[in-house]
Design a protein around this ligand. Structure first.
Ligand code: X2X
Length: 358
């Protein structure tokens, strides 16, 4: 009897072993991770951090390779969702901005001055991501047939211009500004009297060199400092008008092929990558805890004062007071009203409630 039981147990163990090795044998030799900007951006560094973590924890069994500069979609950043769904891309560290043309709910964090109008904008954002509205966003992403893995952050988007400074809505009149090809941006800047030009990021930098626009908007830490924006622009308007949360995502079939243990492993790396990515994004904008965290994990960056870096390179940085934000908040009311209808009033209301609880 005992022998029989032992035999059965051994057979069962062998079956599990076979199954597990069959599953990992089926793994691809490389998983492609899509990233829109370059490797030195905060976004790019977060993607590398995640891929390294997964490779290390899996002893090299799971090899995720970041592809920077939107190269997996030939520069067309708003095609990323389609390519992840089709399986041409396995993983993406995606931006809400680039996926919002297809997933209208993702315009929530692009509502102008919606989050910036809170006393603590990072707390407000975290409350959204952890709250009911965050769940609704995750569901909207997964409804398209991809796996949501976890949040990260490109950062609050600040305006950099060759003309300036911009202190009130009137100062924006006629400014030719590069934006990405996402409709809400056109509405915001048109409403403010500027002249928005939709250009993919892959072509934008050459455009800045050629001076085809007067400015652009992107996060200071994540993009503006790494691209040395001072080469083209002399003013940074720190109005925090919207934030660009990033999220790790995977093709559903690719995800489903991982064993439960490997899914856990990947999810745990995403948790660490979120902490790392947020620290990079918030460095110099918080009470010092971002820098402390980066030091603790041995990842202190070369530039620890990104705003100071802009000033050091000759830029005028205009840091908005709540009263200045309020003026822009009022000036963009009709855009928030229109887009609330498109995004879904229930989601916007849930986000307002989440932010109140922050
Ligand atoms: O295109 C941009 O500005 C960028 C790099 O921030 C995004 O992909 C949203």
């Amino acid at each position: 009897m005992k022998v029989k039981l032992l035999c059965k147990a051994a057979l069962a163990l062998a079956a599990v072993g076979l199954f597990a090795s069959a599953a990992s044998a089926a793994y691809k030799s490389e998983y492609k991770l899509s990233v829109v900007p370059g490797a030195s951006s905060g976004w790019g560094q977060t993607a590398t951090f995640f891929a390294d973590c997964v490779r290390k924890k899996s002893n090299g069994r799971i090899n995720i390779k970041p592809y920077f500069g939107a190269q997996l979609m030939a520069g067309k950043q708003t095609s990323e969702l389609l390519l992840v769904r089709r399986g041409a891309i396995d993983f993406a560290l995606a931006s809400t901005i680039n996926w919002s043309p297809q997933i209208k709910e993702l315009n929530l964090t692009a509502l102008p001055f919606f989050i910036a109008n809170n006393p603590d904008r990072y707390k407000a954002l975290d409350a959204i991501e952890k709250g009911k509205s965050g769940k609704m966003l995750e569901q909207a992403i997964e409804k398209t047939g991809v796996k949501f893995i976890g949040w990260s952050e490109n950062g609050f988007r600040e305006l950099t211009t060759s003309k300036g400074p911009i202190e009130k809505p009137e100062d924006m009149k006629g400014m030719k500004l590069r934006v990405c090809g996402t409709p809400i941006f056109i509405d915001i800047f048109t409403k403010l009297g500027a002249n928005p030009q939709a250009i993919n990021w892959s072509e934008a930098v050459t455009g800045f060199q050629q001076g085809i626009v007067d400015g652009q908007e992107n996060p200071t830490n994540g993009i503006n400092v790494p691209t040395k924006v001072w080469q083209w622009h002399k003013y940074s308007t720190d109005w925090h008008y919207m934030i660009d949360p990033l999220f790790f995502t995977a093709n559903k079939k690719v995800w489903d092929e991982f064993t439960p243990e490997d899914k856990e492993l990947i999810l745990s790396c995403a948790v660490n990558a979120e902490l790392y990515g947020k620290a990079l994004s918030r460095l110099g904008n918080d009470d010092g805890s971002a820098l402390e965290y980066l030091k603790k994990i041995g990842k202190e960056p070369a530039v620890t004062d990104p705003k100071g870096e802009l000033r050091k390179n000759g830029m005028t940085v205009t840091e908005y007071t709540p009263a200045m934000v309020k003026e822009f908040y009022d000036a963009t009311k009709s855009v928030r009203d229109d887009w609330t209808k498109k995004i879904g009033p229930d989601l916007v209301k849930a986000a307002e409630e989440d932010m109140k609880s922050a």
